[in-house]
Design a protein around this ligand. Structure first.
Ligand code: PMP
Length: 375
């Protein structure tokens, strides 16, 4: 393979090997889509070998299994990071991706923290667009579904020992997914387990990076939630039970503040506990632009949630992320206490307005929005 550069691979060098007719998979019915079960016919691969000058040429190949040395660093020390973004088929038939430059920025930050090489985000966006375009028939013809695109970056040095990986593989796969909302009852929000015995991130840790190693340890806690009949985990941190994130979403609270004004808050990124979500960033930007209520990024704790609730000042709580956009919260079991959150009790809740606005941008109902990039 031609030697590329230390700095980045380039879209201009991309090679394409298309799947043969016998390798093409049948596309699932839109109504049968769940999350992450089906994959498109092709994938993107970009190797990095320090000994060969760094980044190699990007290639699109038929979707296939990877062959890894059993000592590969990813398999032992979790030298892995990933991203998640979606391609949407708009009401005009055009396919768009949503603010991919933010995913690229986050991916490069995760790579730096993992000791893996960085790259020019724009080059990966162009390679992803080509992959989506080749597999465009996999982008569901539905405004309730989308194609989830998963860039993944792993350290593949065939050697044991906790050290930086001098070889790596960046690959991208894509999966048609249904709406998270279709399956939930329209009138019931999600239920959460908030157990102060567990935490997902801490200052100086990696909660603000999208690394696989942040997610493995959450499975056990998620299982506890499921066994209690609760859907997601509300992640707390510290002695004062700071509210951080919900499942794999950023959290928002809408309430009446001490000055009697309506206010929307989400925890700040400064603590290092919070993943800088693309949806979070978009909601903050939209709500600030609307200027109809106060919008703040600040720390809040479970005591404040309980107090606002008891004073009937808590209006809404919701999670926000790419996979499920905006997800209303109805119930929290906090250290054994039941908290009923009145998110679904309002006639025109802001979570719904935000959800619709984001979806209108993503599916081209609002045309030519700068956040929605045609592929
Ligand atoms: N928090 C965590 C822990 C996540 O895994 C995700 C999903 N990437 C988010 C928040 C939401 O981020 P985004 O809006 O970029 O999907």
């Amino acid at each position: 393979k031609a030697v590329q550069s230390e700095r980045s691979f380039k879209y201009a060098d991309l090679t394409v090997r298309l799947a043969g007719p016998d390798q093409l998979q049948p596309k699932p019915d839109v109504s049968a889509l769940t999350f992450g079960k089906y994959f498109t016919d092709h994938m993107l691969k970009i190797f990095y070998y320090e000994a060969l000058g760094g980044w190699q040429i990007p290639e699109i190949t038929p979707f296939e299994n990877l062959v890894l040395h059993p000592a590969s660093k990813v398999l032992h020390y979790a030298i892995e990071l990933f991203e998640g973004l979606k391609a949407y088929r708009g009401i005009d038939g055009k396919i768009r991706i949503f603010r991919p430059e933010l995913n690229m920025e986050r991916m490069n930050n995760s790579a730096m923290r993992t000791g893996l090489p960085t790259f020019i985000g724009e080059e990966l966006i162009k390679c992803c667009c080509r992959l989506i375009s080749i597999d465009q028939e996999w982008v569901p013809h539905s405004t309730a579904s989308s194609l989830y695109v998963r860039p993944t970056f792993i350290g593949i040095d065939p050697a044991l020992g906790v050290a930086s990986s001098k070889s790596a593989l960046l690959y991208v796969i894509a999966s048609p997914v249904g709406s998270y909302f279709k399956k939930t009852n329209e009138n019931v929000g999600i239920s959460l387990l908030a157990d102060p015995r567990y935490t997902r991130a801490w200052p100086g840790g990696c909660g603000n990076y999208k690394m696989g190693s942040n997610y493995g340890p959450t499975i056990y806690v998620q299982k506890e939630a499921t066994e209690k009949g609760l859907q997601q985990v509300l992640w707390l941190y510290g002695e004062d039970n700071e509210v951080t994130e919900v499942g794999t979403m950023n959290i928002f609270m809408f309430f009446i503040n001490d000055d009697g004004e309506k206010e929307l808050i989400t925890p700040p990124l400064t603590s290092g506990l919070i993943l800088p979500g693309v949806t979070r960033n978009s909601i903050l930007a939209l709500a600030t632009e609307w200027n109809e209520f106060k919008v703040s990024e600040r720390k809040f704790c479970m005591d404040e949630v309980c107090r606002l609730l008891s004073e009937n000042r808590l209006l809404e709580m919701f999670g926000a992320g790419t996979a499920c956009t905006v997800n209303p919260i109805s119930y929290i079991e906090y250290a054994g206490r039941p908290l009923h959150i009145p998110t679904m009790k309002h006639s025109n809740p802001i979570y719904k307005i935000l959800l619709k606005h984001l979806s209108d941008i993503q599916y081209g109902v609002i045309s030519d929005h700068p956040w929605a990039i045609p592929i």
